[in-house]
Ligand binder design. Sequence first.
Ligand code: GRF
Length: 217
Amino acid sequence: MSSGNPKTMVILISGRGSNMEALLKSRLPGKIAAVISNRPDAKGLQTARGQGVETAVIDHRAHPTREAFDAALAQAVDRYSPDLVVLAGFMRILTDRFVARYSGRLLNIHPSLLPAFPGLDTHARAIESGVTIHGCTVHFVTPSLDHGPIVIQAAVPVLPGDTEDALAARVLSHEHRIYPQAVRWFLEDRLRIAGERVRVKGARAGVGVLYAPEPDQ
Ligand code: GRF
């Protein structure tokens, strides 16, 4: 972590890797040192290799316990001495020890407006529950699952007749916008965590209101 040099990051994935791809395409002011997957068949690994990014696999099935897997993962991550570790569709619950090791430099994206709908199947649960506004959240990772200081959120309407896939696609397009933005802020050293809150230096406050459905007037 030497000052003056561009910051480096490692991205952890488990599957498709579309958020990782959005990060790769974003010309961020830092270096993506490696993409690491817990699944050898993760599609995102090919995408990363195709873009000349180093990849590694730490297969969780090869480790008898969560602790053993996380220790191997940390060892793989630390090989790159990253300033930032980015979870991009990384589908493993991490041990407190792993989270503590990267405290303040571990980001996650979650497909809901946290603290609503932590965990899995967020889009189906949003439709089921009748909310009319849904979205996505980038947050610093803390030991409690899908919690932690929020960096940025994006909201979208839930439309009448929405299927889970339609809603997921609407949310995903905004994930691809907010994750590169959050990572850029981190790399530019503009994020300050104070308790549960994150201050973004120099960011404009959001203005405007999303209504769903639209009021008549
Ligand atoms: C995204 O919806 C992300 O929010 C969630 O898992 C999904 C991963 O998609 N954590 P991708 O692998 O980035 O395409």
